[in-house]
Design a protein around this ligand. Structure first.
Ligand code: APR
Ligand code: PHB
Length: 390
């Protein structure tokens, strides 16, 4: 097999990249380890920045997103039962966010790729990348138990945190940065109408809780739990009781319903400071992970491939390699900004120190500052909706 861009991974990064390339007349082939059913059912976060929605509009893949997605214009930040509203659309001159589950995004992108004739090989595992320093790198892969290869002009490793792309960078050629947080998120999906018109991020002395939603009938909620906690330790009633406690505010009720999906995910910040080597380029979770408190994972993946697609277009159309040469440098500006914001939101809203301690009071002072200072509210708002400039 031969193509211009060999893409490993049919997550948001790989699929969006293939569609962007096709728009520029550049051919790509996607190799995906899992089945179509598996990737379309994988439950993840669901908040899209304005930049992401704008890009999906440009790609003409946003029809269902606009029909079923829920536009949001502000959020509640709550501390010890006191809620503060951050009107982020007002603070950012009209920029909004949209709630639309990542698996719905993936379904729409796969459908568009297939309809537009972009080949996606599911249940196909990339095993090695050869010749990255030559002009025709090759992806070795297995399909139906057979070893095959895909020769390309460039390889885009959009293969997530556990993929093979990152492992093919020369070992000593980059720095790796990592924080493993001492807590995880227990997430549920439930048949319950939204209990609030906006998302609620809440600090409570028992730990953080987040109220989000998916549709007028489905809610998505999260609880901070200890690392090592097991989902079997949490009955549905215990989950709802704890959510009610942590999200409580005077005169407000939490709507309960049947829980149909639950799981625990560790919280981590991770990145490397090199996203390319020779003709291999990394994008999305393959190069960085952010804790979900800032709702940035998918948005950052899409921002990477937007830059990468521009680089490929400039190379194939103008024989100009400069954008590709600068790919890492261009991406890292946004990655570091988003790492900082995600880490800031995580420390702002999670319980880390004994209630009432010096650290607790510092955390509360940071929270209270949002209420006193429009500048601080605006800082949170512009980062949350996604900075346009980088
Ligand atoms: N061969 C083929 N496919 C692979 C291989 C491999 N060796 N290794 C991994 N993959 C596939 C995975 O099965 C997965 O479908 O690569 C895909 C990577 O997709 P994602 O993990 O969704 O990563 P990305 O596209 O970067 O999207 C980032 O996803 O993890 C969330 O929070 C994150 O929202 C963010 C988004
Ligand atoms: C979600 O709806 O899954 C969600 C929303 C906001 C976050 C994280 C997850 O910060």
């Amino acid at each position: 097999m031969k193509t211009q861009i060999g893409i490993i991974g049919a997550g948001p990064a790989g699929l969006t990249l293939a569609l962007l390339l096709q728009k520029q007349g550049i051919n790509a082939v996607i190799l995906e380890n899992r089945s179509r059913e598996y990737v379309e059912a994988r439950v993840r976060a669901g908040l899209l920045e304005q930049n992401t929605v704008d890009l999906f509009d440009e790609l003409n893949v946003s029809e269902r997103l606009h029909k079923e997605g829920l536009a949001h214009h502000g959020m509640y930040l709550s501390f010890d039962g006191v809620r503060h509203y951050v009107p982020y659309t007002k603070l950012t001159k009209g920029r909004a966010t949209t709630i639309y589950g990542q698996q719905e995004v993936v379904k729409d992108l796969i459908k568009a790729c297939i309809e537009r004739g972009i080949p996606i090989h599911f249940e196909t595992t990339a095993t090695a990348i050869d010749g990255m320093e030559t002009s025709s790198p090759t992806i070795q892969f297995t399909q139906n138990g057979e070893n095959q290869s895909l020769t390309c002009d460039f390889v885009a490793a959009c293969d997530g945190y556990h993929g093979i792309g990152r492992k093919h960078l020369p070992k000593d050629s980059y720095n790796e940065y990592r924080i493993e947080y001492p807590f995880s998120w227990l997430g549920i999906l439930a048949y319950a109408p939204p209990s609030c018109d906006e998302l609620i991020y809440s600090y409570h002395e028992n730990g953080f809780a987040l109220l989000s939603l998916r549709s007028p009938t489905v809610s998505r909620l999260y609880l901070q739990v200890d690392n090592g906690d097991k989902i079997e330790n949490w009955s549905d009633t215990a989950i709802w009781d704890e959510l009610e406690k942590r999200l409580h505010t005077e005169g407000w009720n939490l709507q309960r319903g049947e829980i149909f999906e639950k799981g625990i995910t560790p919280m981590r910040s991770f990145m490397i400071d090199k996203m390319q080597h020779g003709r291999l380029f990394l994008a999305g979770d393959a190069a960085h992970i952010v804790p979900p408190t800032g709702a940035k994972g998918l948005n950052l993946a899409v921002a990477d491939v937007k830059i990468l697609a521009k680089g490929f277009a400039s190379y194939f159309k103008k024989k100009n390699i400069q954008l590709l040469d600068n790919y890492t440098k261009t991406c890292l500006k946004r990655v570091w900004r988003v790492q900082d914001f995600s880490n800031f939101m995580t420390y702002l809203m999670h319980k880390q120190a004994p209630h009432g301690s010096f650290e607790y009071h510092l955390q509360k002072a940071k929270f209270d500052y949002i209420q006193y200072s429009k500048a601080q509210a605006m800082t949170i708002a512009e980062n949350y909706v996604g900075l346009k400039a980088i």
